[in-house]
Unconditional design. Structure first.
Length: 402
């Protein structure tokens, strides 16, 4: 029986690790509060998913002399939201990468990571992006930019925030994020043809240096379904992928599917699922060894599609298609479709959590323009210290929905 990872052990580790974070305050500044306390206080709010947690803890501290913030989260003195922001703003997200890895390592040691293994015993890692700052006025040198149809420039920051997921599990394990930087290329409007794959490559290099034990299946949007990234994953890192594959961005591959379909080269399977009041028809189509793009050096991938319709009305409920380097057969296409849809499920559920629990957090820590204008007009520093903050306060996603 594997032991759970106790909160106290996590907090002890965080406290020890965050003691060593650099303090950029000048000696004559107010140094009553320590950086480690600001980090733990911020962490406690996000851990509890309660925007008013710290305010309540301060009241408790004043009336009873001690609070849960102190006893559970080991915050010695609870700083105000403004002080937390001042203390954490100068820190960079990579100063926290080790903490993500520590949690995964601990779960591996205790046997919990085993339980996350899914298709072909691989770990499923969702490579998705999040935009966590967006403004027409506040910006820094590292801001990404886009121009809207009125010619107004929007400044924003995006990151890839990979998480380990499992079908039918409500739990996800976050891995260190990778910031998308202006050097990652240009993009038009909201779509990002080049940036996400560029940042994903950097993330993979960091990850590969750290973790060689587990084989993974990477899940992602259509913009990851390109030859350089798929080739890198399959040939260099010997990993698997299941990426959304849309017809408009993969014309060669879909021409091939149309040709194959004419000669019976696309296999079709159907399933009838009873949904309480009506039945759904789930239709799977798949074909193997298709060129991902035109040209003699094209990578060959396997393709599958799932269409869900209402049995009686014929109404289309869901349709999507993916490419993969996992083997496709009548036995594997169903579990692979489940794997592919795990990404969508997690994304939807994450957004629900954000809407229902995390929304007000932006008023405490973040990037709401009114307080941000005041706070950052002086410094123009607006990096989040902990990517989850961003994820929670800015549910807007830069990648297109499914
Ligand atoms: Zn910026």
């Amino acid at each position: 029986m594997s032991k759970p990872l106790a909160l106290s052990k996590l907090i002890n580790h965080l406290r020890e690790s965050w003691q060593g974070l650099p303090d950029s305050r000048k000696a004559n500044n107010n140094t009553k509060y320590r950086i480690v306390d600001a980090c733990l206080a911020a962490f406690s709010t996000f851990f509890m998913q309660l925007p008013s947690f710290l305010a309540y803890q301060r009241t408790m501290e004043q009336s009873k002399g001690r609070s849960n913030g102190q006893s559970l989260f080991q915050v010695e003195k609870i700083p105000s939201d403004g002080q937390i922001r001042n203390l954490l703003d100068p820190l960079t997200p990579d100063q926290f990468a080790g903490e993500y890895r520590w949690v995964v390592d601990e779960l591996e040691k205790s046997g919990h990571l085993q339980a996350f293994r899914a298709h072909q015993k691989t770990l499923l890692v969702v490579l998705d992006g999040v935009t966590y700052h967006s403004s027409t006025t506040i910006h820094c040198d590292e801001c990404l930019q886009r121009q809207d149809s009125q010619g107004i420039i929007h400044y924003y920051h995006s990151a890839i925030t990979p998480v380990i997921v499992k079908p039918d599990s409500p739990h996800v394990l976050p891995l260190p994020p990778e910031l998308i930087v202006p050097q990652d290329g240009h993009e038009k409007q909201d779509c990002a043809p080049g940036r996400h794959p560029a940042a994903a490559k950097r993330w993979l290099a960091h990850q590969a240096a750290y973790d060689t034990t587990w084989t993974k299946t990477y899940l992602g949007d259509d913009l990851y379904a390109n030859q350089p990234l798929c080739h890198l994953l399959a040939a260099t890192y010997h990993q698997f992928f299941v990426f959304v594959c849309k017809p408009d961005s993969h014309s060669t591959l879909y021409q091939e599917i149309a040709l194959l379909a004419n000669v019976g080269g696309v296999t079709t399977l159907t399933q009838r699922l009873w949904k309480g009041r009506h039945a759904e028809v789930w239709t799977y189509r798949f074909a193997s060894q298709l060129p991902l793009r035109s040209g003699s050096d094209a990578l060959f991938v396997n393709w599958f599609e799932l269409t869900i319709t209402h049995e009686k009305t014929g109404e289309l409920i869901f349709r999507n298609a993916w490419i993969t380097n996992h083997l496709l057969s009548s036995q594997t296409v169903l579990p692979l479709a489940q794997v592919a849809r795990t990404r969508w499920k997690v994304e939807n559920e994450t957004i629900n959590v954000l809407k229902n629990h995390g929304y007000h957090l932006e008023h405490n820590f973040g990037f709401d323009v009114s307080s941000a204008e005041r706070a950052w007009s002086k410094t123009l520093v607006h990096r989040p210290v902990y990517p989850q903050f961003a994820r929670l306060s800015h549910p807007y996603r830069s990648t297109s929905r499914r």
